[in-house]
Design a protein around this ligand. Structure first.
Ligand code: KG4
Ligand code: ZN
Length: 322
């Protein structure tokens, strides 16, 4: 629940991590069912701080895409039902715009232009937000998203899902120089497949005695050093890509958003490297998926374009920045 698009009155998150952890990743059918079970209690909890409950709500925002169709449908149909029943305006926004607009919830006052590095389980994008709602994608990933690479490498190391926080924890006690891993530097693009493959080979090169039947290194020191080496290489690649985009655009304000922006090594590398610029990195809880960021993007969209008509469709592969 947001006031004026910037102030978070409540942010309720129903995590499905435990549900998916045993499968090592998100199972779409389970995710959609869990959304259906969670949505009414989550909305009720989000309304709790409002003295008038629903009567105090002026408008609704909901994710229109991209994402898993079952999950998008649960959210969009619930929100459109509520909007129709209460005669409220509603806007459908993109998940990507939500991540970019999470920067506006970081407690700083600024306006576009803004260069945003969106790093999540589904995205590795450099987005230039020229003005509200007007965005250009300067670079995106050719293969895995950054978060996906964290998740896959964590799995190779026998660490739990989601991999990002697990890699970060392991990396704290690991030697980042023990395994020399390559960096992929591309023009206007990111790529994580080379780095991922290099981790696979580095594990293999430990030798058969050092690797269990499941392919995971037996030695805890090797696991933490591999996590640290991977994390450093991934952060280097992201910072390098951001540097290119800053040079190209002359950006003076940058934001790092999305689940991987919760990574402590990335946060400090960006803050240090771009110390001469305005750097906005939202608090951890607003980096990983949350409804407040969708509210922020929706509020800005409502100001500019007014409400959507009732009955708009979800789009699992929505490419538009809306
Ligand atoms: O934005 P998000 O919550 O969901 C998507 O839209 O995908 O991002 C989830 C991703 C996962 O891949 C997770 O491993 C990663 O963010 N992540 C992290 C950290 N916390 C979450 N990656 C690196 N370090 C972290 N501390
Ligand atoms: Zn996300």
């Amino acid at each position: 629940m947001l006031r004026d698009g910037r102030e978070v009155l409540s942010s309720v998150i129903s995590s499905q991590i435990a549900l998916h952890a045993e499968h090592g990743g998100v199972v779409p059918e389970l995710a959609a069912r869990a959304h259906l079970e969670a949505i009414a209690p989550v909305v009720d909890a989000a309304l709790r701080p409002l003295p008038g409950g629903w009567d105090d709500v002026d408008a609704l925002a909901v994710t229109r895409g991209p994402g898993l169709v079952g999950c998008l449908l649960v959210g969009a149909l619930y929100a459109q039902g509520a909007a129709a029943a209460r005669g409220l305006p509603i806007v459908g926004v993109s998940h990507l715009a939500g991540h970019v607009y999470s920067a506006w919830l970081a407690g700083r006052h600024f306006e576009p232009p803004l260069l945003a590095l969106v790093v999540s389980g589904g995205h590795t994008d450099c987005i230039e937000l020229r003005e509200h709602g007007v965005a250009e994608r300067l670079a995106s990933t050719r293969d895995d998203a950054a978060g996906e690479a964290f998740d896959k490498v964590a799995r190779m190391l026998g660490l739990e899902y989601p991999g990002g926080p697990a890699i970060q924890r392991e990396a704290e006690s690991g030697d980042p120089d023990r395994f020399p891993l390559p960096r992929t530097h591309l023009d206007s693009a990111f790529s994580f497949s080379g780095l991922k493959t290099a981790v696979r080979y580095a594990i293999r090169d430990l030798g058969p005695d050092m690797v269990g039947a499941d392919g995971v290194p037996r030695d805890a020191g090797a696991v933490s050093a591999m996590a640290a080496s991977f994390q450093r290489a991934a952060v280097d690649q992201l910072v390098w890509g951001l540097e290119q985009a800053v040079e190209r655009t002359g950006a003076e304000q940058i934001a790092v958003v999305g689940g991987v922006a919760a990574n402590a090594a990335l946060r400090s590398a960006v803050t240090e490297r771009f110390s001469g610029l305005t750097v906005v990195i939202p608090p951890l809880a607003l980096c990983t998926d949350n409804a407040a960021m969708i509210g922020a993007a929706g509020w800005h969209r409502l100001q500019r374009l007014g409400p959507d008509v009732h009955g708009f469709a979800v789009d699992p592969s929505l490419a538009e920045f809306a």
